[in-house]
Design a protein around this ligand. Sequence first.
Ligand code: GDP
Length: 191
Amino acid sequence: SHIKDVQFVKSSARARDCPKDNRPEFAVLGRSNVGKSSLINSLVRKKEIALTSKKPGKTQLINHFLVNKSCFAKAPEAAKTDWSSFTKGYFLNKSTLVAVLLLIDASVPPQKIDLDCANWLGRNNIPITFVFTKCDKMKVAKGKRPDENIRDFQELIRQNYKQHPPWIMTSSATGMGRDELLLHMSQLRNY
Ligand code: GDP
């Protein structure tokens, strides 16, 4: 699980513009501000390889990165109400996809959009790993703690999966879960 080399490949607005090769690919998926860029930057230990655009309503892009010999796709935001056919089509037609890393903010209660997304991926038999982000945020005003939010999320998901997907608690701020996630990814790749 050693990362030796990272390159930004390209941003694509359409599926047919995405890089065409047979490298195994991980997709990093999640709503805006969940921590996708931060996670990628923390995994590859490079500042700002995965720049985010803070402008809402921007064209949806899939950003591709090459990490060692694997491909990394930072998928478009799971859009506010439903996610685009572009994104869905991308996952359905991707034979090289090892897994979707679905990022879920552990500092907030379960969000409908995340549950919908997880259930859609499950229904379509797309391999998924839940990556809970912002687990360092232990003091959430009025709200529950990250571990409680995670438990609530898992409970809501349980009914829709025969086998509960693997899940990992992370923080890009502290590095929590980084090694575990990299090990998990290398195990999935070699499976
Ligand atoms: P993206 O839109 O999904 O790519 O999200 P970003 O990576 O741009 O992160 C959105 C905001 O959340 C930024 O202000 C980050 O600094 C913050 N953030 C991301 N990950 C963490 C984390 O693990 N812990 C904390 N405390 N903040 C985080």
